[in-house]
Design a protein around this ligand. Structure first.
Ligand code: DAT
Ligand code: MG
Length: 142
C-alpha cells in the first residue's frame, strides 16, 4: 500500500492563545497521532499576514481578518503525517464555528462572539501547494 506522508501548517490564532487553548489544541493533534515537527510562538506582522491570506485579498472580511490575526501572539506548527492536510482540516471542523460539527476543534471550543466567523481558533493549510507556500512563510529557516 502506498503511503502519503506530508506536512501542513497549523496556526493557533490569537483567540486560541488568548483563551489558553493552545495545549488543548495541540493535545488533540497529538492524540490523533500527527507529529509536531516544529512549533513557534510569534506575533505576525502585516506583511506576513497579507502574504498568508493572499487568496482572500479584496474580500470584505480581509482587513478585519488581518487585523485580528495581528492582534496577539500566534502559535505556528509544522505538522507531519499521513494525509495530514486533509486530516487536520477534519479535526478543525467547518470555518463557521457556530455550525462546525461537535467533536471538532471549532465545533467544541469556538462560537460566534459577534465577530462573524473570524475567531475560529485555528488555521490549517487546504492543499499541498498552499501548505508548501505557507510553511515557507511561517518557518523560513527550516
Ligand atoms: P478556513 O480557515 O476554514 O480555511 P477560509 O480560508 O475560507 O477558511 O477563510 C480564512 C479565514 O477568514 C477564516 O478562518 C475566517 C475568515 N473568514 C472566512 N470567511 C469569512 C466571512 N464570510 N466573514 C468573515 N470572516 C471570514
Ligand atoms: Mg483557508
Amino acid at each position: 500500500m502506498s503511503t502519503h506522508i506530508e506536512e501542513t501548517l497549523v496556526l493557533v490564532k490569537p483567540d486560541g492563545v488568548e483563551r489558553n487553548l493552545t495545549g488543548e489544541i495541540l493535545r488533540r493533534i497529538e492524540a490523533k497521532g500527527y507529529t509536531i515537527v516544529d512549533v513557534r510562538m510569534m506575533r505576525a506582522d502585516r506583511e506576513l499576514l497579507v502574504a498568508h491570506y493572499a487568496e482572500h485579498e479584496g474580500k470584505p472580511f480581509f482587513e478585519p481578518l488581518v487585523e485580528f490575526m495581528g492582534s496577539g501572539p500566534i502559535v505556528a506548527v509544522r505538522l507531519r503525517g499521513e494525509r495530514v492536510i486533509e486530516g487536520f482540516r477534519s479535526l478543525a471542523g467547518a470555518t463557521d464555528p457556530t455550525t462546525a460539527a461537535p467533536g471538532t476543534i471549532r465545533g467544541d471550543l469556538a462560537r460566534d462572539w459577534g465577530a462573524a466567523v473570524q475567531q475560529n481558533l485555528v488555521h490549517g493549510s487546504d492543499a499541498s501547494e498552499s501548505a508548501a507556500r505557507e510553511l515557507t512563510l511561517w518557518f523560513p529557516q527550516s
